[in-house]
Design a protein around this ligand. Structure first.
Ligand code: NAI
Ligand SMILES: CC(C)=CCC[C@@H](C)[C@H]1CC[C@H]2C3=C(CC[C@]12C)[C@@]1(C)CCC(=O)C[C@@H]1CC3
Length: 346
């Protein structure tokens, strides 16, 4: 049964999580490309001409159905922040919520769903060099965020059904940065202002992907526009990065120095810092009935800062002609310029 094909060429889309960092950049680009955009988010963080906001929880199917009326393409970019570390919340939003999104899309006659997954779905805290999409999902994910992003991606890819007229694809970015990012630069500056950015974990040679937000937006829109029944991308996952792995500590230093702070200088052995972070984490678990303290140096953060984790995007290049639109140096410059309030002494 090929009920809904050929695909309507409607440029009416919805961005779930459109109030967030990535979601808002995506919305702005879609508007520039002539799309009509509905944003569905639990909060409204801005107003823009041409955008209809629907405030609601993605676990609420009725609320979603209202927002998805007449929509043919859905971008799913919503998730609780990785730092929240709340197992029940991650399961409710990323797993049950994504099931609800898929049901609502089917009922509303949506034809394409593009999920923002994460390259972290294959990261277990050990080195990944030029990782391809056929790496197995992490058996021991480093946190609840990653654990539920894995299940979310599986759900979305499994829902791809040409017969039923629903096409899906998952984009896996890594280390998104850029103007208005609420995490990477603010955490870094906060750590520097507290005088804790003096140390390099390990020998500082570990390579990592940091992806400028415009490149992720480009990958998301490219995948949506390539998603057709005959396309090889249906039901698959794609790494989208800057395709320029960089030393983690060089990237951090470029941002810090750009904002007027000193670069970290002293090396600490990786195993020592990881062991301390593990100890702190265990202590916080043991003491949580008595005192609520959340360590900044979690084992996950130490692994992200001290291990290699960079990915190949050759599948995206081959299947959809992906090429980054902003280079790393330019992305760093534009990011630094966008945070005058976080400059040293500001
Ligand atoms: N920032 C990064 O470095 C990376 C992000 N990602 C993924 O990209 C997506 C977007 O991330 P960011 O923009 O960085 O995060 P963000 O936190 O800025 O945006 C997420 C948005 O989802 C919304 N949201 C959360 N729970 C919701 C619910 N129950 N119902 C409706 N809306 C809800 C939030 O209000 C927020 O506006 C996420 O799926 C994340 O997992 C993947 C790889 C790296
Ligand atoms: C590529 C990728 C997945 C990046 C992750 C972004 C964040 C997890 C990092 C952004 C700022 C980083 C940071 C640290 C860990 C990882 C980040 C939160 C430290 C806490 C690591 C230990 C330190 O010495 C201080 C670092 C501050 C910045």
């Amino acid at each position: 049964m090929l009920s809904l094909y050929p695909l309507q060429s409607s440029k009416r889309c919805a961005v779930i999580g459109g109030s967030g960092f990535l979601g808002r950049h995506l919305v702005e680009k879609l508007l520039g490309k002539g799309y009509t955009v509905s944003v569905f988010d639990i909060r409204q963080s801005y107003e823009l001409p041409g955008v209809t906001f629907h405030q609601g929880d993605l676990c609420d199917k009725q609320a979603l159905l209202t927002a998805l009326q007449g929509v043919s393409l859905v971008f799913h970019c919503a998730s609780p922040a990785p730092a929240s570390d709340d197992k029940a919340l991650f399961q409710r939003v990323n797993i049950q919520g994504t099931q609800t999104v898929l049901q609502a899309c089917t009922e509303a006659g949506v034809q394409k769903v593009v999920l923002t997954s994460s390259a972290s779905v294959v990261f277990e805290g050990t080195d990944i060099k030029d990782g391809r999409e056929d790496l197995p999902y992490a058996k021991n994910p480093i946190d609840y965020y990653t654990e539920t992003k894995i299940e979310q991606e599986k759900l979305v890819l499994k829902a791809c059904d040409k017969e039923k007229g629903l096409l899906t694809v998952a984009i896996r970015p890594h280390g998104i940065f850029g103007p208005r990012d609420p995490q990477l630069v603010p955490i870094l500056v906060d750590t520097a202002r507290r005088g804790n950015m003096k140390f390099i974990i390990g020998d500082g040679s570990n390579l990592v992907d940091f992806t400028f937000v415009d490149n992720v937006v480009h990958g998301l829109i490219l995948s949506a526009e390539s998603l057709r029944p005959e396309s090889p991308i249906c039901g698959k996952a794609y790494h989208i990065t800057n395709d320029e792995p960089v030393r983690f500590w060089d990237f951090m230093s470029d941002i810090l120095v750009g904002l007027g702070y000193s670069a970290p200088r002293y090396n600490l052995p990786y195993t020592l810092v990881y062991g301390l972070a593990l100890l702190l984490w265990l202590l916080s678990l043991l003491l949580c009935p008595l005192v609520a303290f959340k360590p900044t140096f979690t084992p996950m953060r130490v692994a992200l800062a001290g291990k290699h984790h960079f990915y190949s995007c050759s599948r995206a290049k081959q299947d959809m002609g992906y090429k980054p639109v902003v280079g790393l140096k330019d992305g760093i410059r534009r990011t630094v310029e966008s945070y005058p309030h976080l400059r040293h002494g500001a």
